[in-house]
Write a protein that binds this ligand. Structure first.
Ligand code: ARG
Length: 478
């Protein structure tokens, strides 16, 4: 005879094999076992407080739930798909051990508020872990930037060489993007930080559930205002998936640059061997797989956001079984975000820079053509449009003869325009000088790099203080 379901009273037939197979979520939601046990322990304490359980009964339930947690951790726990999900698996084991007492735990609770609470607890914890990892990535960007203030590399627009920049400026550009991610993950964590227990199936419960007690016991930021909304919405998941997608989009852009700049044609960067793989046929190959995989996983993570958005679309108020599907992209995204943060951090800290190759491109790419045009404006009082035209001619002349701005002979320059033969020409095209002329706040000059580094460090310190993250040496508690 098939086992009777925990909800089986009104049924005269057991669920079909199809119903079991399509309905189970235990294959993936066992991930929530810790939060389910934590939530159930608090719920049992609240039931004691309002007189539904005696002190002794509550203690037995709490001890047994902890024991079940240990069974799951040690691999002894037997998960059966007939139990559908993690909530019923734990409850049915509790009843196996405690008999009728176990059956009291689900008083004043529905799986609808239970699952919503579990996921919120899970998200709070995991976002905290993600924040710790992200904090150390921010430290890595800073460290790299500090070491590379004196290296000049090409800055691109349209992937065409544009102007020289200090490498620190480049690394800091990624620092600020990830800092925004950090702040946005924090805000996603706040979204999740809510007590929903007491909402029941959708309308609240017929018991004097002490929600203030539960809020304190579970250390949650606030209590949901509307029971329907509480079991109905998945905004905290959506927000987390959006911020994860944003992080991944940032990561994928950096990965693309790593892939490009470590290729033979650029050779500005070299990745440590440990983050690359060889080819089974071509002995010379060293492939930037970590960067490529993170770039590839971006599709998966953004797909996860789309998955939950589409899953929610048009669902009527309160709980729908559709929502069970939210956990698949959620758990996967948590794992992928952690992997990517670690991957980027290792690539950043292990990245070797080859300044001479960057200078080669800066020269052949006419990167200081704008500086030359500006020199004509400042020193020779030539209107900018005219100076732009003169330097354009010069570039054209160089290109057709295989020269760059540094190698073209003085006489040849004079042929384009007399002022280009002026001795001031040489100073006007120096790469470092080009950077240092961008001495506006946020610019790439050396003094502004120092300023930016100072601001970035101050911002990190603020975050460290605000969220009690200890420095990279110690453990971080966000
Ligand atoms: N496994 C379910 C989920 O993840 C739990 C809630 C089930 N609720 C229900 N009324 N069937 O969504």
């Amino acid at each position: 005879m098939k086992e009777k379901k925990l909800w089986g009273g009104r049924f005269s037939e057991a669920p079909s094999s199809l119903m079991v197979r399509i309905g189970e979520s235990i294959s993936f939601d066992k991930e929530l076992y810790k939060q389910d046990i934590t939530g159930s322990i608090s719920h049992s304490r609240m039931l004691r407080k309002i007189g539904i359980l005696t002190g002794e009964e509550q203690k037995k339930i709490e001890d047994t739930l902890k024991l079940i947690g240990k069974e799951i951790e040690s691999g002894k726990f037997e998960f059966k798909i007939e139990n559908e999900d993690i909530h019923m698996s734990i409850e049915s084991r509790l009843t196996d051990i405690l008999g009728d007492l176990g059956k009291k735990l689900h008083t004043a609770r529905s799986r609808n508020d239970q699952v919503s609470q579990d996921v919120r607890l899970y998200l709070k914890e995991e976002i905290t872990n993600i924040l710790s990892l992200l904090f150390s990535l921010l430290e890595s960007w800073l460290e790299k930037a500090e070491k590379s203030v004196d290296i000049v590399i090409p800055g691109y627009t349209h992937l065409q060489i544009a102007q020289p920049i200090r490498a620190s400026h480049y690394f800091l550009s990624h620092f600020w993007a990830n800092l925004r991610d950090f702040e946005d993950f924090l805000s996603a964590r706040e979204r999740a930080d809510e007590l929903v227990l007491g909402s029941g199936a959708l309308a609240g419960v017929n018991y004097a559930t002490d929600r203030n007690f539960l809020q304190k016991d579970l250390n949650l930021g606030r209590i949901s205002e509307n029971s329907m909304d509480a079991v109905s919405q998945r905004d905290h998941i959506l927000k987390f998936l959006f911020v994860s997608s944003q992080f991944y989009i940032h990561a994928s852009r950096f990965c693309e640059e790593i892939i490009l700049f470590s290729s033979q044609e650029f050779s500005y960067f070299k990745l440590p061997d440990s983050l690359t793989t060889g080819s089974s046929i071509m002995p010379q190959k060293k492939n930037p797989d970590v960067a490529e995989l993170i770039r590839g996983k971006t599709g998966r993570v953004v797909g996860g956001l789309n998955h939950v958005l589409m899953m929610m679309k048009g669902t009527p108020s309160a709980y729908n079984r559709d929502f069970q599907e939210d956990k698949i992209p959620l758990f996967d995204t948590v794992k992928q975000v952690k992997l990517a943060i670690e991957g980027i951090r290792e690539m950043v800290s292990g990245l070797e820079i080859f300044p001479a190759n960057a200078v080669r491109s800066l020269r052949s790419g006419f990167s200081t053509a704008t500086d030359l045009a500006d020199w004509l404006v400042f020193q020779k009082k030539i209107p900018f449009r005219t100076s732009h035209e003169i330097v354009g001619e010069l570039v054209k002349h160089c290109s057709s003869r295989g020269w760059d701005l540094f190698t073209i002979p003085q006489g040849e320059r004079g042929k384009i325009h007399a002022v280009l033969a002026d001795p001031g020409y040489e100073d006007a095209i120096v790469l470092e000088t080009s950077c240092d002329k961008k001495n506006v706040p946020g610019g790439t000059s050396k003094p502004m790099q120092k300023e930016q580094l100072k601001n970035a460090k101050r911002k990190l310190k603020e975050l460290e203080k605000r969220f009690q993250i200890q420095s990279s040496k110690g453990k971080k508690n966000v």
